[in-house]
Design a protein around this ligand. Sequence first.
Ligand SMILES: CC(=O)SCCNC(=O)CCNC(=O)[C@H](O)C(C)(C)COP(=O)(O)OP(=O)(O)OC[C@H]1O[C@@H](n2cnc3c(N)ncnc32)[C@H](O)[C@@H]1OP(=O)(O)O
Ligand SMILES: CC(C)C(=O)C(=O)O
Ligand SMILES: [Mg+2]
Length: 516
Amino acid sequence: MMEKLIIFDTTLRDGEQSPGATMTGDEKVRIAQQLERLGVDVIEAGFAAASVGDFLAIQKISSIVKNSTVCSLSRALERDIEKAGTAISAAARGRIHTFIATSPIHMQMKLHMTPEQVIENAVKAVRLAREYTDDVEFSAEDASRSEPDFLARICEAAIEAGATTVNLPDTVGYAIPEQFGSFVRDIRTRVPNSDKAVWSVHCHDDLGMATANSLAGVHIGGARQLECTINGLGERAGNCPLEEAVMAISTRSDYFQLQCGINTKELVPTSKLVSTVTGFPVQPNKAIVGANAFAHASGIHQDGVIKARQTYEIMRAEDVGWAKDRMVLGKLSGRNAFKQRIRELGIPVTSENEINEAFLRFKDLADRKSEIYDEDIQALFAPSGSQPLSNYYGFVSLDQRSETGERPYAKVVMTEGGGEVTTEAFGNGPVDSVFKAIEAHVKSGATLDLYAVNAITGTSEALGDVVVRLSLGGRIVNGVATDADIIAASAKAYIAALNKLKTVSPMNAQLAEQTP
Ligand SMILES: CC(=O)SCCNC(=O)CCNC(=O)[C@H](O)C(C)(C)COP(=O)(O)OP(=O)(O)OC[C@H]1O[C@@H](n2cnc3c(N)ncnc32)[C@H](O)[C@@H]1OP(=O)(O)O
Ligand SMILES: CC(C)C(=O)C(=O)O
Ligand SMILES: [Mg+2]
């Protein structure tokens, strides 16, 4: 029996620290349910003291998720820990993750604390956290730039105070794999009570070494918890991607001699869900979950794969959740193909009845629309509280004209709450004219923060995947749409973002009531 590696997912906390990846409470709940299906051991659901919205999302996730531990981050401060403890109180298994920086740079220049004060705060924080739960994680922020003697002292004190997991983050992605592995091993060896806690690593990707560093922390350092995020989302350049770490551990189990309880077939669906919710496209050559990760384009490779797949494949596409044969969904599709796509998209369905009802809506839509995209399927399952408003605006058709020397013009026909409106405008470019036409009618007042186009396949007939990020009154939303016509995809993505801005979900309504 191989030793277990605990998978701690922080997509909903560190992942959300990625600029522009803010998620609504409902979106966080949906991702948490998918993470539970994926089989992660710990879901870091947020930072309870950061906002009322984050507090409520952690509370809701705690009450829904049963098979994963639900965790909240907190500074080493009484008020943060109280909020974290309250937010996780309903969880079947709840964890408080408290942290304080231990490097000279952070202690002197950010915290303005002496090392002794930092130890004192860490110990107080862990003790207080233990009053709420027996499962307390202590992180020494910026551990990889900390002085080893001091780091060992604070880890020992945290364990003595009741920490059950001790995490050594490479907060700024400064580490080098072999050095980091030895560093983790060295700290563990120096701490006399090290066997009383699980050791953990949390690596950032600033130098592109987050996965390598995490795996070295595990293999050389002896860490038995690995902190990671879906698609490597996270602060700055991101965190160690869960899918890479998990597949390295399982594909090279001969080397690592470890097992993690991840249902790898859920990796692609989870990646797609996170990408759709955040509007961060996955690059085609991304390991495991990129569209090309299992594609063979060159003759010698294709020949090899036809003769024996293992010539060029070290993993099977279907083992990480790619469909063997990808189906195009339309009005002639049956229930099985529909169900498979639901699974691939990571849509949480609870009963056969729910699928049957959605299938009827799907057939109805397919009668009106020649191609059904993943977003259409996802929209069929939008939470009932948000359903009416999430479809408030709809795209009908577009007339866009651009000619050298002329100002681009767009006429957009769209639906609004059931009725149809036609709106038009000139703009500085084709896409700008479309957005201006939509805004000429909607007058949302939103700011366009990001516009990105990603070609899904490699030809000039490629489907364009467009992401539009809008912000309004502190809310940031992403609209994503796909179409063979990138101008139409842009209009649809803009409208999808407007719908999100308009959506008032039950949780967001509660949030609005509680926000002064
Ligand atoms: C490495 C990481 O990923 S750490 C997690 C980072 N994530 C986030 O910061 C997201 C959520 N954060 C927030 O919403 C806000 O920063 C809050 C609510 C936590 C705090 O907001 P504010 O009270 O306005 O403080 P602000 O963010 O400006 O500054 C942070 C303060 O916390 C202090 N602090 C930072 N880390 C810690 C810690 N671990 N323990 C105790 N105090 C800390 C800083 O020294 C600073 O104190 P000061 O105000 O006395 O100078
Ligand atoms: C809060 C800690 C674990 C963190 O995210 C980091 O140090 O990167
Ligand atoms: Mg981090």
